[in-house]
Design a protein around this ligand. Structure first.
Ligand code: AMP
Length: 282
């Protein structure tokens, strides 16, 4: 597996893949890999192209009070894990390679960036959009893989690709969970054993909501209230939001017709975890 650190190296590598007749499949990440990341890489590999993974803890998507400085990092472990699933190249740029000192462009996907995580993290999705757009221009992938764990991010990127006529195909990948149901996240390492136990309420609430739908409940306010109650019953939690929204527009809806997104963000101590489930009538 190749390690690339400059934009010029990536462009050179990509051109070589194209010359060899290969498609380029891209997985953007912030590193500290777990099975969720590896499943995106495995999917990219299974789809048959040359696979490039970026590992960049993007400063513009963190607010000053957030965890940029202490975001977990372990390059050697990440290198070994990516290599073990057949990744062909790892792009690990320094921040100044992506953001030279005079950088000043903003990208805003207006409506999709406002609800859910956009309320408590108003600058987050602007930072995500700008780095993903830059990475798409650097890598010029045929396909890019995004986890449904970050559902709002995935929708926003799909919208940006459509709005700006980018050539890349976005491939959404299902949420990978621990055996006990906790969605895998690099931030799970911050949790104490008690907090980790309490965090199981997230998936419990999501599963309960789907079971309500299966027993005929269509009133989404009821489902939202029930899910919220399950999470609030845990003493160590502080809710950011629990919301049911339209699965495509992320706008509020009152009644379930075919699909809706139950999305939540909850603090356990300083650690903010997100999770979601598409509630579906079928
Ligand atoms: P991150 O490194 O957390 O920015 O995540 C990089 C990519 O991996 C994003 O597309 C995430 O949605 C995806 N991802 C992270 N955790 C999971 C998970 N548990 N299941 C599926 N995809 C995930």
């Amino acid at each position: 597996m190749k390690t690339l650190t400059t934009i010029a190296e990536v462009r050179h590598w990509t051109q070589a893949q194209r010359k060899a007749g290969k498609a380029v499949h891209f997985v953007p990440t912030m590193g500290y890999f777990h099975e969720g990341h590896l499943n995106l890489m495995r999917q990219a590999k299974a789809d048959g192209g040359a696979v490039i993974v970026s590992l960049f803890v993007n400063p513009t998507q963190f607010a000053p009070h957030e965890d940029l400085a202490k975001y977990p990092r372990d390059f050697e472990r990440d290198f070994a894990m990516a290599e073990s699933v057949g990744v062909d190249a790892l792009f690990m740029p320094e921040p100044q390679e992506i953001y030279p000192p005079d950088f000043q462009t903003k990208i805003e996907v207006t409506r999709l960036s406002q609800p859910l995580c956009g309320v408590s993290r108003p600058h987050h999705f602007g930072g995500v959009a700008v780095v993903v757009l830059k990475l798409f221009h650097i890598v010029e992938p045929d396909r890019a893989y995004f986890g449904e764990k970050d559902y709002q991010q995935m929708r926003l990127i799909q919208q940006m690709v459509r709005d700006l006529n980018l050539r890349v195909e976005i491939v959404p990948c299902p949420i990978t969970r621990e055996p006990d149901g906790l969605a895998m996240s690099s931030r799970n390492v911050y949790l104490s054993p008690e907090q980790r136990q309490a965090a199981l309420s997230l998936n419990r609430a999501l599963q309960w909501a789907q079971s309500q739908v299966e027993s005929g409940e269509r009133d989404l306010a009821q489902i939202q209230a029930g899910a919220r109650a399950i999470i609030e019953a845990e003493p160590l939690t502080r809710l950011d939001y629990v919301e049911v929204v339209h699965a495509d527009t992320l706008e509020p809806i009152a009644e379930l017709h075919d699909r809706a997104l139950l999305a939540l963000a909850v603090y356990f101590g300083q650690t903010r975890l997100i999770d979601n489930r598409v509630l579906s009538v079928d």
